[in-house]
Each structure stands twice: as C-alpha cells, then as structure tokens.
Design a protein around this ligand. Structure first.
Ligand SMILES: [Zn+2]
Length: 211
C-alpha cells in the first residue's frame, strides 16, 4: 500500500465502522454500545446524600458512576453537545429519571445561560424531563484553588439568587439537574439558595457521580 494512502484508509474505516460510544471499539451493527459497555452502563451507582446546613439533606441520584466507560462517553458529550454521545446520554437520563407531578426542574446558573444558547448537556437533560425549567441566577464562587474541605464548608452559595419569578414557586417541589457530581459544592449551594427562597422538597439528579 502506498504510505500516503494509509491515513486516508484509517479515516475511512473509522467513518464506515460502528465505534462503541463508550470505549470506541467496534460495536455490533446498529447498536450504540458494545456488550461490555452496555452492561457497565446499566448499573446505577447508589444515591449520594449531601449535608446541607441546619440538618437538611439533599439526595442526589446519578445515572452512571464517574468512571470509564461513562467518563469517556461524557467527556466526548461535553465537548460536542450535539454529537452521538450527548444524544445517548440525554436519552439515558430521560429514561432513568422522571419529573414528579408538580415538580419543577432547576438548573445551576451557568447551565441556564448555556441552555438558552442550546448547547448545555445539563440543559438538554433538564429539557428531556418535560415541564418547566427554572434557572438560578448569580455566580458560584470559583472552586479552583480551594481545598475540598473549604468547598464542603462552602460559602459557594453566597452569590446565588433564585430566579426572578421564584416567588410564585414557593413551597414547590424541585428537581436540581447537573452533569457531574464531584464534591457536591455546586448542588449544595443551589439547594441552600432555594431553601432560603422557601422552596418545597428538593432532590437532585446528575449524569454521573464521583464515588
Ligand atoms: Zn464499548
């Protein structure tokens, strides 16, 4: 084979093959995942319970653990929110979680902005549950350069404000939606700000959770 043809042939075989959305190995024709990844992604991690101030708890359910193959799939989904990995992740999220009757879906602030621009993975997950999507305004404090203990103690919520029209949602049940749960600082800050606005019961659902 002429050496200069090899890259072209490699690209063509990638295009023509059916790479698994998880591991990029060949998947059976017409299927998004290879059998090993399908099996791995069928296992939901146990819910995590985050401590809020005042003895309140926030239960966070995750679709997948933050480990391969979910991790690789989600990194590609975040890089290309319109690609096949994102489509697959959002569909899996919608199949796993249900919005309860009367419950409103809430997004952390940054995600609302991206949602309006149509390119946010958490935004797409939130929309996939149907019904109203509310957004928190304000900014989370930067988390870089702060220790995990600092973040857990968390003044992260200081700059968060509930949505402008939140008054009419007082006492309403809320479902916070985010992509990856790591320390929980973001969701904790959101939940605290919503509690201050006298929300009803709050729970959370994410695509993946660090164990
Ligand atoms: Zn695979």
């Amino acid at each position: 084979m002429l050496p200069r043809l090899r890259p072209w042939l490699a690209a063509a075989s990638t295009l023509l093959g059916n790479p698994c959305l998880g591991c990029r190995e060949e998947a059976p024709a017409g299927q998004p995942l290879c059998p090993a990844c399908r099996e791995a992604l069928a296992v939901r991690p146990p819910p995590r319970v985050l401590d809020l101030e005042g003895g309140a708890l926030l239960t966070v359910e995750a679709l997948w653990p933050w480990a391969d193959p979910a991790r690789s799939l989600l990194l590609r989904a975040k890089a290309d929110p319109r690609g096949p990995e994102a489509t697959h992740a959002v569909a899996a999220f919608a199949a796993a979680f249900r919005r309860r009757p009367g419950e409103a879906v809430v997004l952390p602030p940054l995600h609302l902005r991206r949602r309006l621009q149509g390119s946010s993975l958490p935004g797409a997950c939130a929309r996939s549950l149907g019904g109203e999507v509310l957004g928190l305004r304000g900014r989370l404090q930067r988390q870089t350069g702060r220790s995990a203990a600092d973040r857990r103690r968390g003044q992260d919520g200081a700059l968060l404000r509930p949505p402008r029209a939140f008054d009419r949602h007082r006492g309403r049940a809320l479902l916070l939606v985010d992509d990856v749960l790591t320390t929980g600082a973001t969701l904790r800050a959101c939940a605290r700000s919503l509690q201050q606005a006298r929300a009803g019961p709050i729970r959370a659902a994410v695509l993946a959770s660090v164990e």
